[in-house]
Structures are given as structure tokens and as C-alpha cells.
Design a protein around this ligand. Structure first.
Ligand code: C2E
Ligand code: MG
Ligand code: MG
Ligand code: MG
Length: 281
């Protein structure tokens, strides 16, 4: 097709390719210094428990304030961090910062931290978690690790030994983006998950696609039988919230409840009575 369009077109695409790869290299080298320059920070998005109508915890989400580009999204720079191996240093920074931050919050509030595959399967990971907990003097049950289905059995091997070690430590594990991977339901029985997070794509479509609603309902009832809690991700409308309440979803997360907020915003959110009034059944 390129040939038919003429040689000029080929050159155009090659130059465009060059530009993309130069751009990526620039971003890579900028990312390498981002921690030292204090450009990374965490924002926090609440989990709302639907029985108790209260916030039970927050998910820590990583942000990069680039000096020229402005805010860079984690979906853009996490893959670069994974390719370059920077994810280990960044991931360690995230877990330490998350533990130190949640230690300043009320005891009943947990923090959930996202992990990448390479980071999760790194042999030093337990040591890093133990150290982050002890530095922050944080009770292990207040930390939750979020991993995705694709990490259960990856090129790095099985996740089972680390999951069992975390269980022993008292750190809980949630299965993120549930329903988007290829994992078998057997994993739910075999592996010690405390929580399943139903992917936002199901929540988005459940009120318009009956098949989708059926899946959400079944996951919730299966999880209840297995005594695993369920979080619905990406709740954006009151209709979705009502429905999730009807089908006894345990917790919800999404822009309707709150966008991710700064660490200071967390304390403000916990103090305000607004949430209770707005979301009480
Ligand atoms: P995730 O863990 O599934 O996080 C949920 C994403 O959905 C977040 O995007 C969040 O801001 C967004 N979100 C929350 N509520 C809503 C909603 O109601 N509607 C919509 N449309 N979106 C909503 P974010 O912060 O851009 O993070 C994207 C992904 O980057 C995360 O997906 C996670 O996989 C990854 N990530 C974020 N922080 C970290 C980190 O510290 N370490 C690692 N390894 N990955 C991270
Ligand atoms: Mg997550
Ligand atoms: Mg998710
Ligand atoms: Mg409950």
C-alpha cells in the first residue's frame, strides 16, 4: 500500500516512526530522573461500602508531573517503566509512599496499591513490602495489593507463592480489572483473594446490555459464595449505583463517588458528611 502511495509517503511514515521512537526515548530518560526530581506523586480514589455507607479505603494511583509535558497518564508511562526496568524503583517508591500516607489516616481506612507483573514476580518484593510496612508502622491488614488476572500465570511463572506469603503476612490481595483477562474461575477457589474488582467496562454497559448485567450479577453471587468481597469499578451514574445496591455489591468506586484526590483531599473527604447524605440508600 505504501508503494502505491508513492515513495514520498514511505519517507513520511518513516519520519513519523522516527519521531515516535525519539519521543519514547526522551520520555524514558526523563522518567529515569523523575523520582529524584520529585515529579511523581500519588492521588487517591475512595472505596464506598454500600452496607455501611462509608468510605473503607482508597486506591493509590500514580501521577507524573512532567516539567514540559504536564501531567502524563500512568497508562502512558507505566509500560515504559516496565520495558526499561524502572518499574522496580518506581514501584518501591509507590509502596513506601502509600504506606506512609495511609498511616496518617484513621485505623479503619485501607490503601490499595497497583502492582506490575515484573514487580510482583521480583524475588525481593516481600522484603520491600515488609520494610515499607515497618517504616510506616502500618498494620499489614491496612495494605491491599492489586494485581490483574494476566499476572497469575505469566512469563515469570506462577503468582501462588507470593500470594500465599502475602496472606501469611496479613496483607490482602485484590484481583483488578476482573473479567478482562483469560483466567479460569479455578483461580478464585485456589488463590487467596480478599476482593474482586469488576472491570469498569462491565459496569459501563450493564444497564444497556442484559448479558452484561447477567455477568455482573453472577460474579457477585459467585464471590459471595466463595466469601470474596466485590468492588465495582468505574461507577459514573446514580442508576448504576442503584442497580449495584440492588444486587448487593459490597463496594463501589468511580467518578460518581469521587475522582482521585490528593492526600490532603482524602482527609477532607473523610471529614465531610456530604458522602453519607448523597449516597445513603
Ligand atoms: P486501574 O488500577 O484499573 O485503575 C482504575 C483507573 O480508572 C484509574 O485510571 C482511575 O482514575 C480510573 N477511573 C476511576 N473511576 C473512574 C470512572 O468512574 N470512570 C472512568 N472512565 N475511569 C475511572 P488511572 O489513574 O489513569 O490509572 C490507569 C491504570 O494505570 C490503572 O488501572 C493501573 O493499572 C495503572 N496504575 C496506576 N497507578 C499505578 C501504580 O502505582 N503502579 C502500577 N504498576 N500501575 C499503576
Ligand atoms: Mg487498580
Ligand atoms: Mg481496574
Ligand atoms: Mg459489606
Amino acid at each position: 500500500r505504501a508503494k502505491k502511495a508513492g515513495p514520498g509517503t514511505v519517507r513520511f511514515f518513516e519520519e513519523a516512526d522516527d519521531r515516535v521512537s525519539r519521543d519514547r526515548k526522551a520520555l524514558q530518560s526523563d522518567l529515569a530522573g523523575a523520582i529524584a526530581r520529585d515529579e511523581l506523586f500519588l492521588v487517591f480514589q475512595p472505596f464506598l461500602d454500600l452496607d455501611e455507607n462509608r468510605i473503607t479505603g482508597f486506591e493509590a494511583l500514580l501521577r507524573w508531573q512532567h516539567p514540559e509535558r504536564g501531567l502524563v497518564s500512568p497508562s502512558e508511562f507505566i509500560p515504559i517503566a516496565e520495558e526499561t526496568g524502572l518499574i522496580h524503583e518506581i514501584g518501591e517508591w509507590v509502596i513506601r509512599r502509600a504506606c506512609a500516607t495511609v498511616a496518617q489516616w484513621p485505623d479503619e481506612i485501607r490503601v490499595a496499591v497497583n502492582f506490575s507483573a515484573a514487580q510482583f514476580h521480583n524475588s525481593g518484593i516481600l522484603q520491600i513490602i515488609v520494610q515499607a510496612l515497618s517504616e510506616a508502622k502500618l498494620a499489614p491488614h491496612r495494605l491491599e495489593i492489586e494485581i490483574t488476572e494476566s499476572m497469575l500465570l505469566s512469563k515469570y511463572g506462577s503468582a501462588e507463592p507470593v500470594l500465599n506469603a502475602l496472606l501469611e503476612l496479613g496483607v490482602t490481595v485484590a484481583l483488578d480489572d476482573f473479567g478482562t483477562g483469560f483466567s479460569s474461575l479455578t483461580y478464585l477457589r485456589k488463590l487467596p483473594f480478599s476482593r474482586i474488582k469488576i472491570d469498569q467496562s462491565f459496569i459501563r454497559d450493564m444497564l444497556v446490555q442484559p448479558d452484561c448485567a447477567a455477568i455482573v450479577k453472577s460474579v457477585i453471587s459467585l464471590a459471595r459464595d466463595l466469601r470474596i468481597a466485590v468492588v465495582a469499578e468505574g461507577v459514573e451514574t446514580a442508576g448504576q449505583l442503584d442497580y449495584l445496591r440492588q444486587i448487593s455489591c459490597d463496594e463501589v468506586q468511580g467518578y460518581l463517588i469521587s475522582r482521585p484526590v490528593s492526600a490532603d483531599g482524602v482527609l477532607a473527604l473523610l471529614e465531610t458528611k456530604k458522602l453519607r447524605r448523597t449516597f445513603a440508600a
